[in-house]
Write a protein that binds this ligand. Structure first.
Ligand code: IPE
Ligand code: IPE
Ligand code: MG
Length: 248
């Protein structure tokens, strides 16, 4: 199928405004190709570039969130973890000028605690350089866990109460939401998970409340523009009801 045909099939008015990807399957891809897990992660970095470019080209997608390293991924071997962080730094340094030239705003969501200093510096530099960009926002979820994010937000709410700026009786969803790692990002419309697992793996539990979930068996390093279009078409075929009776 040609790419233009793929794009034509999308309804521009019904595009998801916030898309996230749980980029899974690098290890399985490496195994399939008889290479090291780290080579699998390297191949995954190419898919990151392709998907950011595709989202930018479609237009209408305001925010793309990419799950790069979970708060549970520390359970992997030291070699894999340090390899992943080296790769992340390399990716940011290689891509930052491109992202900036594309008017893309780069945001980091996750805990900095525990991250290598180099990674923190690279993420900080990319945020600073691109903060006024307007075409699209890309959130990199690094050392990210949804439970930790919600617990951190609760702590911030408690601090507001302690400081006398908020009454406990006035605590509502908005009080928590404004302390999430990126309060400016809207709720998720679409979560894409590659490599076939039917789970969220501690990803954006708050923001994904009413997200549509599309799981593809395609391994992340093989994921390209056409797979993105296919996920977007599946999203557009869904009926979103938000607990009501009518589709939206
Ligand atoms: C996703 O690929 C990358 C990270 C979680 C960092 P995996 O490394 O989880 O790949 P599989 O699940 O072993 O195939
Ligand atoms: C989820 O993938 C995390 C990222 C893609 C960064 P995992 O491979 O860590 O998830 P589980 O362990 O299979 O649930
Ligand atoms: Mg995995």
């Amino acid at each position: 199928m040609s790419t233009s045909k793929n794009t034509d099939a999308l309804e521009p008015k019904r595009l998801p405004r916030h898309v996230a990807v749980i980029m899974d399957g690098n290890g399985r891809w490496a195994k399939k190709h008889g290479v090291t897990r780290l080579r699998g992660h390297e191949a995954g970095a190419k898919a990151v570039r392709a998907v950011i470019e595709a989202c930018r080209a479609i237009g209408g997608i305001e925010t793309l969130t990419l799950y790069a390293f979970s708060s549970e991924n520390w359970r992997r071997s030291k070699t894999e973890v340090s390899g992943l962080f080296r790769l992340l730094s390399k990716y940011i340094r290689l891509e930052l000028d491109n992202l900036n030239a594309e008017d893309i705003r780069v945001v980091f969501i996750g805990q900095t605690k525990g991250l290598p200093k180099r990674v923190i510096a690279d993420l900080e530099e990319s945020r600073e350089l691109t903060k006024n960009n307007r075409s699209m926002q890309v959130n990199f979820a690094v050392n990210y866990g949804a439970r930790a994010e919600i617990a951190d937000a609760c702590r911030a709410v408690a601090e507001e109460v302690k400081a006398g700026r908020l009454q406990t009786t006035n605590i509502d969803e908005e009080s928590v939401a404004r302390h999430l790692y990126d309060p400016s990002s809207r709720d998720l419309d679409l979560v894409i998970r590659t490599a076939g697992e039917m789970r969220l793996s501690n990803f954006m539990l708050w923001q994904a409340s009413y997200a549509e979930i599309v799981v593809t068996r395609t391994l992340w390093p093989d994921f390209r523009k056409r797979h993105l279009y296919s996920a977007l078409r599946e999203y557009q075929a869904r009926t979103r009801k938000f607990g009501g009776r009518r589709g939206r």
